[in-house]
Ligand binder design. Structure first.
Ligand code: SF4
Length: 308
């Protein structure tokens, strides 16, 4: 089983070699906008869900092959990576072996635990999320497990930002009519002013969400919120940078491995594989006719996902 995927062109990080360290959709949240669908394993327990030796072996194989140039190595998950009880060990291993900046993409809920904070402090770039601070908005947008408390998360993030020496980019995802009320944004600003991340990255629903009724905010409203949050805030837009180098042969299994983690358009796939959009479309359509992939339309774009 491969745990590494990509490199995926990330709008924030460049070419990101992903390492997925949890079984599909293991999370303590069930966000309405989640591009992985509804949470299947809803848990707050940290555990070695995938044996750490297997993950290390896969990282080692991919790095030694030297096949795919990448800018950063990102720990992510088909769920919440901090739920893996040996995340700290994996971060140290990847840093030492790759010599590249290590990133962790997290929903931020477990930073209330000092042990998790210590583990995360070894990363170079930390991308935690915080979509809402008021309990009602937090419940509406993130639909947390019983054990997740927003007060503890905000306090944990403040403590982490004081302890952490790397770059912290806080992602805030706003869903129209769910966590965009003026009082929600005001409370968010108070928390963000205390947390003091290096950047605040404002996002909205950009890929097919878990709930079809989860809609994106208008560009104007996003800009309004960005202005309110201050100079560290930016609206992150779709990645549109072309890969400068690196051609990978079109291998359907690589397309499958990538699409298992997130739905993508023809454009995304052509960027990742470094091939012409026409070629990507041909392969994707072939896989769709064979019912290996299915189409999904969202906001006027066609995404591909594996048939489950
Ligand atoms: S968006 Fe992230 S945190 Fe939210 S349910 Fe999906 S995997 Fe979990």
């Amino acid at each position: 089983m491969g745990y590494c995927f990509g490199p995926v062109p990330s709008r924030r990080l460049g070419r990101s070699l992903g390492v997925d360290i949890l079984p599909m959709k293991t999370c303590n949240l069930n966000c309405v906008y989640c591009e992985l669908g509804i949470t299947e394993k809803f848990t707050c327990e940290r555990d070695e869900y995938i044996p750490v030796q297997e993950i290390k072996k896969d990282i080692e194989t991919v790095l030694r092959s030297g096949r795919h140039p990448f800018d950063v190595l990102t720990f992510t998950a088909s769920g919440e990576p901090c739920l893996h009880s040996r995340l700290g060990e994996l971060i140290s291993f990847a840093k030492q072996l790759s010599g590249k900046p290590v990133v962790v993409l997290t929903n931020g809920t477990l930073v209330s635990d000092p042990e998790v904070r210590d583990e995360l402090c070894n990363t170079d770039i930390l991308l935690p999320s915080l979509d809402a601070v008021l309990p009602g908005a937090f419940r509406r947008v993130n639909r947390p497990a019983e054990c997740v408390k927003i007060d503890g998360i905000v306090k944990g993030m403040v403590a982490l930002s004081r302890q952490f020496k790397g770059e912290m980019w806080l992602e805030v995802l706003i869903v129209k009519g769910i966590n965009d009320r003026p009082e929600d944004i005001k409370a968010l600003k108070q928390a963000v002013d205390e947390i003091k991340p290096n950047r605040i990255q404002l996002n909205s629903v950009a890929r097919p969400p878990a709930e079809p009724w989860a809609k994106p905010l208008s560009r104007d409203r996003m800009e309004e919120i960005r202005n309110f949050l201050g100079s560290r805030a930016e609206v992150v837009i779709d990645f549109n940078r072309r890969l400068k180098e690196g051609f990978m042969p079109v291998v359907e299994v690589e397309i499958m491995e990538t699409l298992k983690r997130r739905p993508m358009t023809t454009h995304d796939i052509s960027e990742i594989l470094g091939i012409k959009p026409e070629t990507a479309e041909k392969v994707l359509e072939k896989m769709a006719s064979a019912k290996v992939l299915k189409h999904e339309n969202f906001q006027g774009r066609t995404y591909y996902r594996p048939h489950r």
